[in-house]
Design a protein around this ligand. Structure first.
Ligand code: GLC
Length: 844
């Protein structure tokens, strides 16, 4: 054991003593790190209710004079969004760094005051404010209550702690809350905490994970609303955990303010929430390919693994460089072997993208430029007495940049040329809770300070923003050094709004079956929290999977929005086991290749799903409830998910299982992707699922754009787009295309083409029309792939008769041809991209 490893084990042992959650299941670790104990609300204090003593109409709502020298504002931000603030004397209305859009056009609304009640109403919602005691109620335009305060306790402050109690009924479901443990997607009944925590090898019941997004969606009577409690302090959500009649949320400190947004569709709530906190950018296409990583890959390993992928023709885009690439963990340096130009050249020649990790902690090391510059300029987080805070991370004693200050962020941003000069394409921010090995509860003391003068904040208040601001500084480096290149930042820590800067991976998960299972509710809730670009370490980070577990994991992993295999250093593993697709023998290698190839085939669909995410905040990996909230049976489905709009995956996530039940949501006909068998929605079906089989169901009347497999994104130009279609009556798709790499789309360099296939009696008609042209496309044909059809009599566009050819291969490369595959009942038609006429497929 070297010194570093010993130190690591020492810290794990220390943490075991302070940790509050003791886990008996996790391999190799004694306990999972958790923060200081929860602070509860004082039950006596919250009985004291606020009263409205004065009312004043303001431009976009109402100002209330409240008892206890407090004031309240209820402001309408849009037809269906309002902000509620309750402020102590001397406090101003608050916006955290989460908020991207502060200025909203005031919607037209009516104001009235009658007796004990004030009413604000827009076209979409009505807000009724009760004066004595003070309470808020939101109604839809038909007068149904969507959400209301629980009047026994109401809202206000218990000392420093802002709190809000809300009424609920036992049929109300809750989603979102960012990254949460557990096996259920519906968070009703849960006690949730938000305090970013380095929870190495967390378990399903670990309360505090890495990321804090104090936003949730309530779904009641099929109608959805969202609440965003914008408070960066440690916060708590008791979601009907004490009683079926109420839920409440509160924070250790800070102001009471929350945004209420009405759906009624979940997608409307998310669209509003991401208008407020920002939407993710259009992603770089390469970042949607597979990533491979391991802690303690040597430089030789990186090269060998990259070569093996290419030799075995398993598609992959990116290799990650974990902390060993640095010179003794000094950030923004390279250890000789990893910085070696030959290595980088090799990876470039193999067409790999490269990502380096980057931690916030700067080694306390006079003479090291980062330490010297940061010290000279006073860039570090400080102890209450004004001295610099020093804490231990990988490099030993370290300093922590004060990312709350713009000039510190700019300094950090400005160092990224050291990475980019080696051809690094993306940056991975880790340990940004911030993790401090020898700090109390594995982070800094709560009284460490950030910022200066009136911007000074304690660590207690700033903690959950540390990763957010580091991600911003990293994101800005792309603009500075790689202008006109789409940034890719991966982070472990987020606050609400961090989706503007980074993708999220869910930290140090474990090679355990329940982690594979947990990844589905976890990711889908992250997706319902405004962060579509999310993934978990495939195969599990801590520990090692066996062949069966890895096979099942890659079946899910190939369809994660962020798809990366990453695993822990060998010294912490009980067995010698790699986590590359070929490390488990031929069968698992074949399974891995099959599903990874499928991801690459689906790249046009996946990319377009991300475009929706960037435009409407749509999650990529969706819980069934997202599209099917009217179907109550979907509300608790936690082991199936929608991969984009049209494909539903029902993976096996339990050991030894080779069959499973699948719930098919109501209102759709579902087609078994592998057999073509059709099922009406609204029922549970049983399916076999031997090791190599991932059950997939496609919505009838959907069109899925796909392409040929590539070894990496961008290997080949997209010349033929395959429209994989399951037609009943009519299927359509609005296809977005741009270069997938630059920001030129902002200048209009993109295309949108609308495809439509319609069954009209005995023939099918295909049309395509270009809604927007601006991108110089290489697409010259479309292959219509119609599943479950009959042989056509003829195919014709205006006068041009299409030729009947003899194979799929032929049809794909010859325009104006068609081929019917009798065995699979699939009809292929190759349509020139510039076809302006309707293409008609005639049947007997
Ligand atoms: C943390 C990260 C993990 C990384 C390791 C070494 O545990 O979560 O992904 O490999 O540190 O950098």
């Amino acid at each position: 054991m070297d010194k570093r490893t010993r130190r690591f084990f020492r810290f794990i042992a220390t943490m075991a003593i302070v940790a509050t959650v003791l886990s008996t299941q996790a391999p190799n670790v004694l306990a999972v790190t958790q923060p200081h104990p929860d602070r509860e609300l004082n039950q006596e204090a919250i009985k004291k209710q606020l009263q409205v003593e004065g009312v004043e109409q303001v431009e976009n709502g109402v100002k209330l004079n409240l008892s206890s020298d407090q004031s309240g504002f209820i402001r309408l931000f849009s037809e269906d969004m309002a902000k509620v603030s309750i402020l102590k004397q001397g406090d101003n209305e608050y916006f955290s760094e989460a908020i991207q859009k502060k200025d909203w056009d005031t919607p037209s609304f009516e104001f009235s005051e009658q007796g004990n009640e004030i009413t604000l109403s827009t076209k979409e919602i009505t807000i009724k404010i009760k004066k004595e005691p003070f309470g808020v109620k939101f109604l839809d335009k038909e007068g149904n209550v969507i959400n209301e305060d629980y009047m026994q306790n109401g809202s206000g402050y218990d000392g420093e702690k802002p709190y809000v109690y809300k009424k609920t009924t036992d049929d109300e479901a809750f989603y979102g809350f960012g990254e949460q443990g557990g096996l259920n997607v519906n968070q009703r009944g849960e006690s949730i905490g938000m305090f970013n925590t380095d929870a190495y090898a967390y378990q399903t019941d670990t309360k505090y994970l890495y990321t804090s997004i104090p936003f949730f969606i309530g779904l009641k009577d099929e109608k959805a609303y969202g609440i965003f409690f914008d408070n960066t302090n440690r916060s708590y959500f008791e979601m009907a955990s004490e009683s079926d009649d109420y839920y409440y949320f509160y924070a250790d400190d800070g102001t009471l303010n929350y945004y209420f947004m009405y759906g009624p569709e979940i997608e409307d709530v998310l669209d509003s929430y991401t208008e407020l906190t920002g939407k993710m950018d259009k992603p770089a296409k390469w970042a949607l390919g597979l990533h491979q990583s391991k802690w303690q890959y040597s430089a030789e390993d990186i090269e060998r693994v990259a070569e093996t992928y290419r030799e075995k023709e398993i598609p992959v885009d990116t290799m990650h460089f974990d902390i060993d690439y640095m010179d003794e963990y000094r950030v923004f340096t390279w250890a000789d072997k990893f910085g070696d130009q030959e290595l980088h050249q090799k990876l470039d020649n193999l067409n790999f993208n490269k990502i380096t990790i980057n931690d916030p902690a700067v080694k306390k090391d006079p003479g090291y430029f980062m330490y010297d510059e940061g010290t000279e300029n006073e860039y570090w987080a400080k102890n209450p007495d004004g001295t610099n805070f020093v804490g231990e991370v990988w490099p030993g004693d370290s300093m922590f940049p004060d990312f709350s200050q713009k000039k510190v962020r700019e300094w950090w941003t400005g160092k990224h040329d050291i990475l980019f000069d080696k051809g690094i394409d993306g940056v991975w921010n880790d340990m940004n809770e911030p993790a401090v090995f020898d700090g109390p509860y594995h982070t800094m003391p709560l009284d460490v300070t950030f910022g200066k003068g009136e911007n000074k904040r304690t660590h207690e208040e700033y903690h959950n923003l540390y990763g957010h601001d580091e991600a911003k500084a990293t994101y800005d480096a792309f603009e500075e050094f790689k202008p006109n290149t789409r940034p890719f930042v991966l982070t472990r820590d987020m606050y609400a709004g961090s989706q503007r800067y980074a993708a999220l991976w869910t930290g140090d998960n474990v090679s355990q079956w329940d982690h594979l299972q947990m990844s589905i509710p976890m990711n889908t809730n992250v997706g319902l929290s405004g962060v579509p670009f999310v993934g978990n370490d495939i195969g599990g980070f801590a520990g090692r999977p066996d062949a069966e577990m890895f096979a099942r994991w890659i079946e899910v992993g190939a369809f994660l929005p962020f798809s990366r295999i990453h695993y822990d250093a060998d010294e912490k593993a009980e067995v010698e086991q790699g986590q590359e697709p070929w490390a488990f023998g031929q069968e698992v290698e074949d399974i891995s290749k099959k599903y990874i190839e499928m991801r690459y085939e689906l790249m046009p669909y996946l990319y377009n799903t991300f475009i929706d995410a960037s435009e409407q905040g749509t999650p990529v990996q969706q819980p069934l409830v997202y599209q099917f909230q009217e179907d109550k049976n979907t509300h608790d489905v936690s082991d199936q998910f929608m991969f984009g709009e049209s494909m539903m995956l029902a993976p096996v996530v339990k050991q030894g299982q080779t069959e499973r039940n699948v719930y098919l949501p109501e209102g759709e006909t579902w087609v078994d992707y592998w057999t073509g068998e059709e099922f009406e929605g609204g029922q549970t079906v049983h399916t076999n699922a031997e090791l190599s089989h991932l059950p997939i169901y496609v919505k009838k009347d959907s069109m899925i754009p796909t392409r040929e497999v590539q070894q990496y994104t961008g290997e080949k130009p997209l010349e033929n787009l395959v429209l994989d279609t399951y037609l009943s009556d009519e299927a359509s798709y609005s296809f977005y295309e741009d270069d997938g790499a630059t920001l030129d789309y902002k200048d209009g360099e993109y295309n949108v083409t609308n495809f439509n296939l319609e069954r009209k009696g005995k023939h099918i008609e295909f049309t395509s029309n270009q809604e927007k042209t601006g991108y110089d496309t290489e697409l010259d044909s479309y292959t219509l792939k119609l599943n479950g059809e009959k042989a056509p009599e003829k195919v014709q566009a205006a006068k041009a008769k299409y030729e009947n050819v003899n194979s799929v291969e032929e049809v794909k490369v010859n325009q104006e041809t068609y081929f019917f595959d009798e065995g699979s009942k699939t009809l292929y038609v190759n349509v020139p991209a510039d076809e302006r006429h309707k293409v008609k497929l005639f049947f007997k």
